[in-house]
Design a protein around this ligand. Structure first.
Ligand code: GAP
Length: 455
């Protein structure tokens, strides 16, 4: 039977509704909520953790498993403090901070000028008035974003260490070890997924800018010529866009914004932001940069170790250049929530539905017994599907309520085991987006899902 579905246009309140759904359905909770929360930190609930794993697995699949020229690493969060001198973070990784002399609110001076940005480039003079109370603002002070800690028992300046503000620096410092153990030849890449920490002055917009977050970074090492830089920069721009499309993100909500020459970091030859049209406006989702051979050269200088590459074929030695692709797990997570969030009316009844691409949905299928009396055979089916897919068994409340819950967590297929199933050995599969129902043989349920989930 055809069902009528009316789309409801999303208003400006979409972000508030997404935050509320994220909590209600177990995607994201405020960290330490029972103590009043801690600003800039978030916890991921039972449904959220599944979505995060799918994002990371899909990135790793495309960037490492599907390729012969990329290998992975998993490095420590705390590195030797010299790392951060060499990388420039100790001296330059800061944002300009201003305080209101009257209401004491604190702002990033560069943000008082305009759009959301992440990095430290392109400072402009601070505004003189507080946007909250009109009070006078202090002069801008540079505030280093790295979290400090101490290593070992002594708590003095000799034991200071930092939580990494990006995962890539250890990729550079381990370049030689990875090269010799993996037997890769240039061009090749090193990939890593891991936590990063930045003591952001104004963490905000839900998980868009947090103080603890996760990055997925690829450093792709190449010959240090301008032509190679251009070639691989264009290559990775196209690859990364394709990854977002394959995550199911709407093409019209993604764009790439090239940095102007005066916006580039001092080491970068070119840089582009992949931006998404969030409810807060177009904002950075990923940075792709041609970083020249600045990073390896700096680590050579500070460590006094030779990090050059010997090219057997050309019989020459050089410090490789690098094209970097750096994307946040949390920002991708938020993008997927925003992109999937939809409201419509099914037969006149309003619902919220998360239209995740089926392969990244937290659950691929849910199995419902129509009545508790049918729990046993329904459970047998669900356990069987669980071997191959992420599934949920749900026997609480009316079938309508169960559909609502699974629409809100984006389960693409809900399978109902009813009284007739005992006779005809069939179940009803309901499609999340169209709400259309198919009657299929129980022993074909796995094949049916496999077919629908093919990417
Ligand atoms: N290694 C290069 C680097 O870290 P970045 O532009 O500072 O570059 C890369 O960060 C990506 O990391 C951003 O595009 C964003 O997805 C994510 N990211 C950066 N700061 C973040 C924060 N405070 N909260 C959440 N994600 C963040």
């Amino acid at each position: 039977m055809e069902r009528t579905i009316e789309t409801i246009e999303m208003g400006e309140k979409a972000m508030d509704e997404i935050v509320s759904l994220a909590k209600r359905r177990g995607f994201v909770f405020q960290s330490s909520e029972i103590y009043g929360g801690i600003n800039g930190f978030w916890d991921f609930g039972p449904v959220g953790v599944e979505l995060r794993r799918k994002i990371k697995d899909f990135w790793w699949k495309r960037m490492v498993y599907d390729r012969e020229d990329v290998v992975g690493v998993d490095t420590s969060i705390i590195a030797h403090p010299e790392t951060w001198k060499a990388s420039g973070h100790l001296d330059c990784f800061s944002d300009p901070m201003v305080d209101c002399k009257k209401c004491k609110h604190r702002f990033r001076a560069d943000e008082l000028q305009g759009p959301v940005a992440d990095s430290v480039h392109g400072h402009k003079p601070a505004l003189k008035k507080c946007p909250d109370c009109g009070g006078e603002l202090t002069e801008a002070k540079q505030f280093n974003l790295m979290f400090q800690t101490h290593v070992g028992a002594s708590q003095d300046s000799t034991s200071v260490a930092y939580l990494r503000p990006e995962t890539c620096q250890s990729i550079f410092t381990q370049f030689k070890n990875v090269l010799t153990t993996s037997r890769q030849k240039i061009p090749f890449g090193i990939a890593q997924i891991g936590k990063s920490f930045r003591n952001e002055i104004t963490p905000r917009n839900f998980i868009f800018r947090s103080r603890e977050f996760e990055q997925m970074e690829l450093e792709f090492f190449i010959r240090p010529t301008e032509a190679e830089g251009k070639k691989w920069y264009e290559y990775w721009k196209a690859e990364r866009l394709k990854w977002f499309y394959d995550l199911g993100i709407k093409k019209e909500s993604l764009r790439q914004r090239e940095h102007a020459k005066d916006e580039l970091a001092h080491y970068a030859r070119a840089c582009v932001d992949v931006e998404y049209n969030f409810p807060i406006g177009w904002s950075e989702l990923e940075g792709i940069a041609d970083r020249s051979n600045y990073d390896l050269s700096q680590h050579m200088k500070f460590s006094k170790k030779d990090l050059q590459y010997f090219d057997d074929e050309a019989k020459e030695k050089y410090v490789p250049a690098v094209v970097e692709c750096s994307v946040g797990v949390d920002r991708t997570f938020l993008t997927i929530l925003c992109d999937a969030f939809a409201k419509d009316k099914v037969e006149g009844e309003e619902r919220i539905v998360m239209r995740f691409a089926p392969h990244i949905a937290p659950f691929q299928a849910a199995v419902f017994p129509l009545s508790r009396k049918l729990a046993l055979p329904a459970h047998i089916l669900e356990k069987d599907l669980r071997k191959h897919f992420q599934t949920d068994f749900d026997d609480i409340g009316s079938i309508g309520k169960r559909y609502r819950r699974h629409d809100e967590i984006g389960t693409p297929f809900c399978i109902t085991y009813d009284f007739q199933s005992e006779e005809d050995k069939k179940v009803t599969v309901r499609d999340r987006d169209t709400t259309k129902q198919d009657r299929i043989a129980i022993d074909q349920a796995g094949n049916y899902l496999r077919d629908k989930l093919r990417t």
